[in-house]
Design a protein around this ligand. Sequence first.
Ligand SMILES: [Zn+2]
Length: 194
Amino acid sequence: MNFCSNCGSSNIGRRVPPGDHLPRYICDACGEIFYHNPKMVVGCIAQWAGKILLVKRAIEPRYGWWTLPAGYMENQETAGQGAAREAREEALADIEIGMLYTHFSIPHINQVYIMYLAHLIGPKFGAGEESLAAELFSEEEIPWDELAFPVMRKTLELYYEDRRNGYFRCHSGDITYENHDRRQALEYAVSSSP
Ligand SMILES: [Zn+2]
C-alpha cells in the first residue's frame, strides 16, 4: 500500500506491531495499523420443484462457467442477507434462506465460504448483470465439467449425497490447492454434523 487511508501520509512501514505475531502495514505518521483478513463469500443452493438454481458467470475469473449464486458479503448485512442479495443480483431470484449448509475455509486465497440451503419464492429468475444465464438443473442436468470452482462442486456433491440419504446435515471443511490454482483442488477435509 502507498498511502495511509487515515491521514494520507506516504510514510508506510511494514513490521510486526508490539503484541502481534504477523507483519502489518503501519502508518508511521499517524500510527494506524492496517489489518488484512480473509473475505467471506456467502451464497445458497436455491431449490425449486426438485431442481437447483445455477448461474453462468459473465465476469472473470471463470467467465462462462457455472456456479451457485454467491459473492462477497458486504458490511452492515448478515450472512443470510448477503446470500439472498447475491441470488437477487446474479439470478434475479427472490429466495427464502434456510439452514446453514456448508462452511469452507480456503486459506490459499484467503476466503471463507458460507452456503445456505434456500428455496425460490416463485419460479422467477433470470440473468443478472454479472451472469450470462440463470437456469434450474436436476442432478443429471448439472454441468459438472463446467463448474467454476471446486468449493461449489464439493457443496453440490454433498447436497446430492444428503438428498439421497433423505436428510441434510451441516458440513464444515477446508480446501487446499496446489500452486494456488483454484481449478486443482488438492484436498478436501470435511466434517459433517450428526
Ligand atoms: Zn496515517
